[in-house]
Design a protein around this ligand. Structure first.
Ligand SMILES: [Zn+2]
Length: 550
């Protein structure tokens, strides 16, 4: 591991041991400490401020150099100091600096106490979780650029996405041997399975039946998402049937993959944004088979719409339910899904159940966990860990961070140049009026006009972007504070937001494991990012506030 050292000898160090006052001594000791720990210290990352007061934060050149080294990615993983007071005297500023260092992923050690400085307070910890949301806002801008590049590639008919079942990606090189782009090639073994799925569908089988059949046959399946079972699910069968790629139509830009919280969530883009390229050599499913299967799907959908009232109540979007994708089956580690079942005499209730059991037939967990009780068991723990004060502080810090990156400087430069161009235009116009041979002057004026127009476009874009930015900040603040203020209401009213926060608060997933031999008893385990352990027995037959601590 690469370690950095920060040393400071100050004019105000009454309390510091005599031999630690010298900067040279501090560096020597820090280097010896690193050697004992097995870390290397590169002299480029030895930062020292000699004879400077800790109060004057901004006048310490090497401290600023250290902080600048953190972005975009620090070249060291550890920072060694004699003690915390080396960073400064003001508790608030020292805390802020430490936080920035640690947020950059650098661990901080004090050799005098042989101690690692960690983020102790709940505010600090939730701040680290929420910082991911702030980063997402920044990434949103970068994503637009990626989309532009993708669009260009798509227009050229090149591959933009990752692996698609049925094909392998082939790197294509240009004459000079450099990687030029990626193309696809049909994998015959997988293509057979795809045609099999279309035939089954055309002959009237449902997605679930097809999935179970393929799993029973041990047919190879698309690469599983992380943590999912490597087998066919009804949803992956459906995906295969709907993928235009298999009839040689490559459609780009159909969906966006994340929402503004940075949560994975596919949403459709308007059709006007789509780019369709024809690639007949990539067709796997003949047109007649494609239409036969799709006619079946349409008929089934029409029948379904006629017989059901208001769509599919239980399955809809996973983001509608608090714990889908956040909770796992304890028996197989697969995701839980939502199921609506008759309950009592009054009607139906929602449950979580193991999707590997229900959809794929590859897990033995056939129990149904009542949704309200299951949600309550997790909300309780998170609620206890996450006080309103913690959220408020965290929101303030996140917002502060976002606002650091305002494009104000660039805007100032643009405005200045624009003003100068405005003056030039006025001047040139006046000269033209007074001159006889004006050709070159007109040319100059036209050039200036062009530049002015380009700058105006830039400026408007920046202004629009920063307006968007402050809207985002305002919305983020509202969202976070709203959650802080009315946690319980929010959880029931806005599941999407509650999910985002709970996802940030959970270290990994929550596991529901049926207790052997019991139909209505589960152990719930997990951990929050604030360190609280979730360890409960979920027993819906008793009042849900009365969980037993296991
Ligand atoms: Zn399972």
């Amino acid at each position: 591991m690469q370690a950095a050292v920060y040393a400071r000898k100050s004019t105000d160090q009454g309390g510091v041991a005599e031999d630690q006052k010298s900067v040279t001594r501090q560096i020597e000791t820090a280097k010896a400490y690193a050697a004992r720990k097995g870390w290397t210290v590169d002299d480029r990352y030895v930062f020292l401020d000699d004879g400077i007061s800790g109060a004057e934060f901004s006048k310490r050149p090497d401290f600023l150099r250290l902080m600048n080294a953190l972005k975009p990615k620090p070249p060291f993983q550890v920072l060694i100091m004699s003690e915390e007071s080396r960073l400064g005297r003001e508790q608030l500023e020292v805390g802020y600096a430490l936080k920035q260092i640690m947020q950059a992923g650098v661990r901080v050690f004090f050799y005098m106490e042989d101690r690692e400085r960690t983020l102790d307070s709940p505010t600090d910890k939730i701040m680290l979780s929420l910082a991911a949301f702030a980063d997402e806002l920044e990434r949103e801008k970068a994503r637009q650029r990626v989309t532009d590049a993708m669009t260009r590639k798509a227009r050229a008919g090149h591959v933009t996405g990752g692996a698609v079942f049925g094909y392998r990606n082939i790197e294509v090189q240009d004459q000079l041997g450099n990687r030029s782009h990626v193309d696809r090639q049909i994998v015959e073994r997988e293509a057979e399975i795809i045609r099999h799925i279309f035939q089954r569908c055309a002959s009237g089988q449902g997605f679930k039946a097809i999935a179970k059949e393929l799993n029973a046959l041990g047919a190879p399946s698309p690469r599983a998402q992380q943590g999912r079972s490597q087998s066919w699910a009804p949803s992956s069968v459906r995906e295969v049937l709907l993928r235009d790629h298999y009839r040689g139509h490559i459609v780009y830009n159909q969906t966006r993959k994340r929402d503004r919280w940075g949560q994975h969530k596919q949403t459709a883009r308007p059709e006007s944004d789509w780019i369709i390229t024809e690639k007949p050599d990539l067709r796997i499913v003949p047109e007649e088979l494609w239409s036969a299967a799709h006619q079946r799907i349409e008929t089934a959908r029409a029948v379904y719409m006629k017989t059901s009232t208001g769509g599919r109540p239980a399955m809809g979007s996973p983001a509608k339910y608090l714990l889908t994708t956040l909770a796992l089956c304890g028996r197989c580690g697969g995701p839980l899904q939502v199921s609506s079942r008759p309950h009592g005499k009054t009607g139906r209730r929602l449950f979580y159940c193991c999707s590997n059991h229900r959809e794929r037939g590859v897990c033995s967990n056939d129990t149904f966990v009542p949704m309200d009780e299951a949600n309550g068991s997790v909300i309780d723990v998170v609620h206890d860990a996450l006080g309103a004060k913690v959220l408020e502080d965290a929101a303030a810090l996140v917002i502060e961070r976002i606002q650091d990156d305002r494009p104000a400087d660039r805007l100032k430069h643009l405005e200045a140049e624009l003003q100068q161009l405005d003056r030039q235009v006025t001047k040139l116009s006046r000269i033209i009026l007074e001159q006889e041979d004006v050709d070159s002057l007109v040319k100059q004026l036209q050039e200036t006009e062009r530049r002015r127009k380009a700058l105006r476009v830039d400026r408007d874009a920046i202004v629009a972007q920063s307006r968007q930015g402050s809207r985002n900040v305002g919305r983020l603040r509202e969202d976070l504070l709203g959650l802080a203020g009315s946690w319980r209401t929010q959880v029931t009213e806005d599941v999407g937001q509650a999910r985002a926060i709970i996802a940030a608060m959970l270290d990994g997933r929550v596991t529901f494991t049926p207790v052997e031999g019991m139909r209505r008893l589960w152990t719930v385990t997990g951990r929050t990012t604030l360190g609280s352990l979730i360890g409960k027995v979920l027993d819906p037959d008793t009042d849900w506030n009365g969980f037993l601590e296991s």
